[in-house]
Ligand binder design. Structure first.
Ligand SMILES: [Zn+2]
Length: 221
């Protein structure tokens, strides 16, 4: 906690004044580019690997970056933060992109695969049961050479995208061409981001050539 307290102090001393103009604009409202659904893991810092600034992303994070399948006809689930965020992002903020981002060495995936969850973690144990659901994802769609846990993690991102599509609202926006879903996977140790290509049905490394092509062809906007 000391680091956080010192951080606020340092922020007030060194950066607060310079950031005031930006944040006084942000105080008037937000217009984020995308809804980002990521894992709670402290190492998956989208502000670092995607160079995002305050105001760029509407964010919801949970253990394992999971999206529960939507209830029939889009009926509200009991206290589901992801679907609340999806509705707000699409209907109020009118974002046109949703990113689901998984990552390497994910503790939620490890716990689900190995079954090693402390007995006292009843909520966690129940939550990660979701990781066992969904269709089989062929290994040809995943990045070759990854460990079993990381392959499961990449497959899970594809399943969470399926779950997003289970919502009538998401389906409608996709059909109207007003929404694009993006499946990303962050390799912590190598600081690489992979993107699941719907067209080619496989993960692709977002390297310089890929990103230049993506910017030129326009799917990122
Ligand atoms: Zn994780």
């Amino acid at each position: 906690m000391k680091k956080l307290i010192e951080g606020i102090r340092r922020f007030r001393q060194e950066r607060r004044q310079a950031l005031k103009p930006v944040f006084s604009q942000l105080a008037l409202g937000q217009k984020p580019d995308a809804l980002y659904i990521g894992c709670s893991d402290s190492r998956v810092a989208v502000n670092v690997f995607a160079s995002t600034d305050p105001g760029d992303l509407f964010v919801v994070r949970n253990v394992g970056n999971l999206v529960s399948p939507c209830e029939p006809e889009g009926r509200p689930k009991e206290f589901d933060s992801v679907w609340a965020a999806v509705e707000y992002a699409l209907l109020v903020l009118e974002v046109q992109h949703i990113v689901v981002c998984g990552h390497s060495e994910c503790g939620a995936i490890r716990a689900a695969v190995t079954g090693q969850v402390p007995q006292s973690c009843a909520h966690l144990s129940h939550w990660i049961q979701q990781l066992k659901e969904g269709r089989d994802i062929g290994e040809e769609k995943l990045t070759p050479g990854l460990s079993h846990l990381n392959l499961v993690s990449q497959a899970s991102v594809i399943r969470q995208m399926d779950n997003l599509r289970s919502s009538p609202l998401v389906k409608e926006r996709l059909t109207e061409g007003k929404l694009t879903l993006h499946g990303w996977w962050f390799d912590i140790g190598n600081l690489d981001v992979y993107c699941f290509s719907e067209k080619r049905q496989k993960y692709e490394l977002m390297d310089e050539a890929y990103l230049v092509q993506m910017l030129a062809s326009g799917p990122a906007r």
